[in-house]
Design a protein around this ligand. Structure first.
Ligand code: LLP
Length: 466
């Protein structure tokens, strides 16, 4: 039975990821374990890169690395020909170390430091997405001091409520991100950029939010951005060549969620378009069509169009494997199964109330299922991974898998309670390989500098006067 692309259930072998049994992977690599199918990742990247080739060939897909970034992932993105969105010096550093071509990098962030800007400019990143006027001045100064002209986007906030979780909503006018499209600030920012000798204004950018299932806020944003490009042409005589509409397409975390555009269980749709059932293609085509219409209405040439998907490329491509440690029945009848990870490898349920499905990873031939609350091992009552998972009767040592684990989990991991971070394994061509090793207890204290004696005895070279 197919659960997600490249993730299936076989009654005799149990859960299979890219054809490999989850229980064998757990045995070989230990748990908790993030397991990604590279075929699934590549397939969604290809759906993105191929969807517009006929109707809007001047489009570029930028993978939002904040969803999941390892050096191997950067390599996959490079091989598939996408660009990469990084939003910190750390993500940029990793990308460069992985030999990602800098000219295909978009550098984001709402508070880039001077060091980060210097690093991005000297690396020769393709675009810096400028978030605010202070940053505009900083990037101009840095580019001037390095004697280069830096290509930039201006990140604008169009004032759209995408009706997603409050923490994931970034396009509302009072968002911390971007320059508000309000009382002329955005036009002033364009004017300043055009007047900056070392900046080349390539495009305007917006990202309205994340985990959005409805096309309408994206269509609205597209229209607003093109109308503004027309205003810039009319008032400043400059035709903005590029438009970046960010990411944000939602995915289906739980099976049976109605009416959403997760690629597997979405809205039916035209099977001829895109891979699987084509929700990515339908979404992109609808937005691209709206951009074209708005350009036609304004008499503007169509811009090169950028999209920045993160979650919809990687979320479904991974599962997290855990081993059950203890099982309890609470006085109110709730069954609890505690696993060897929790909110340190997946903070999303605690942070956003995100809901997941878990499945039994071993062979299973039917029989009664029980509802379990799957909890982690952290010292927090809120450390619940899955509120209600229907699983066969569990015993210590059983392996369970939390599905749709590929986005914003590994990248948002922590060491709460000093739990070492899990390993990350990729599966490709029937083989599994470690792309990030499991942390050791030693790693956890590697940066500690305990004093060998009292502070007074340590002397001025340890704790000098400020
Ligand atoms: N572009 C920009 C400028 C962004 O800020 C983001 C996500 C994306 C693209 C990619 O959005 P996606 O396609 O992945 O929705 N930690 C949250 C999600 C935060 C999203 C932040 N920005 C979560 O776990 O749901």
């Amino acid at each position: 039975m197919r659960i997600r692309p490249y993730i299936e259930f076989d009654p005799d072998r149990g859960l299979l990821i890219g054809g490999l049994p989850a229980v064998s992977l757990a045995k070989k690599h230990g748990t908790p374990l993030y397991v990604y199918s590279e075929d699934a990742i590549r397939e969604s990247m290809r759906e993105y890169t191929s969807s517009l080739s006929d109707i809007y060939p001047t489009s570029t897909i930028v993978y939002a690395s904040k969803a999941y970034l390892t050096m191997r992932m950067a390599q996959l993105v490079r091989e598939e020909g996408l660009w990469l969105d990084v939003s910190s010096g750390g993500e940029l550093y990793l990308a460069l170390k992985a030999n990602f071509p800098p000219e295909r990098i978009v550098f984001h962030g709402n508070n880039k430091s001077e060091e980060e800007i210097a690093m991005a400019v000297s690396a020769g990143v393709g675009r810096i997405a400028i978030d605010n006027v202070t940053e505009l001045e900083r990037v101009q100064k840095e580019a001037a001091s390095q004697g280069v002209v830096q290509k930039v986007f201006l990140r604008l906030t169009p004032g759209i409520d995408p009706h997603t979780h409050e923490y994931l909503s970034t396009g509302v006018i009072d968002s911390k991100f971007g320059i508000p499209m309000h009382s002329g600030q955005h036009l002033d920012a364009v004017r300043m950029t055009l007047a900056s000798e070392n900046l080349e204004l390539m495009g305007i950018h917006c990202h309205i939010g994340s985990q959005i299932f409805d096309d309408s806020p994206f269509l609205l944003a597209a229209g607003i951005m093109v109308d503004f490009a027309a205003e810039v042409r009319d008032k400043l005589g400059y035709v903005i060549p590029e438009l970046d509409l960010g990411g944000g397409l939602g995915v289906r975390y739980k099976s049976g969620c109605p009416g959403i555009c997760g690629r597997d269980g979405g809205r039916g749709g035209n099977p001829d378009v895109g891979g699987r059932n084509g929700a990515i293609a339908r979404h992109l085509r609808a937005v691209a069509k709206r951009v074209k219409e708005a350009c036609l209405r304004n008499g503007l040439p169509v811009p090169r169009l950028f999209f920045e998907p993160g979650r919809s490329i990687v979320a479904e491509a991974a599962v997290t494997l855990y081993t059950v440690g203890t099982v309890k029945a609470l006085p109110n009848g709730t069954l609890i199964a505690a696993v060897d990870g929790g909110m340190s490898d997946n903070p999303r349920p605690a942070l956003y109330g995100a809901e997941y499905d878990a499945v039994f990873a071993g062979p299973y031939h039917g029989g009664g299922l029980l509802s379990y609350r799957l909890v982690g091992k952290h010292c927090e009552e809120g450390d619940t991974l899955v509120r209600s998972a229907y699983l066969p009767r569990l015993s210590p040592g059983d392996v369970v898998a939390v599905l749709v684990s590929g986005a914003y989990q590994y990248s948002m991991r922590s060491n709460y309670n000093h739990l070492p971070n899990p390993a990350v394994v990729h599966v490709s061509g029937g083989k599994s390989f470690v792309v990030v090793e499991r942390e050791t207890l030693e790693d956890l204290i590697a940066k500690e500098r305990p004093l060998p004696c009292s502070l007074e005895e340590a002397g001025p070279e340890v704790a000098g006067e400020n």
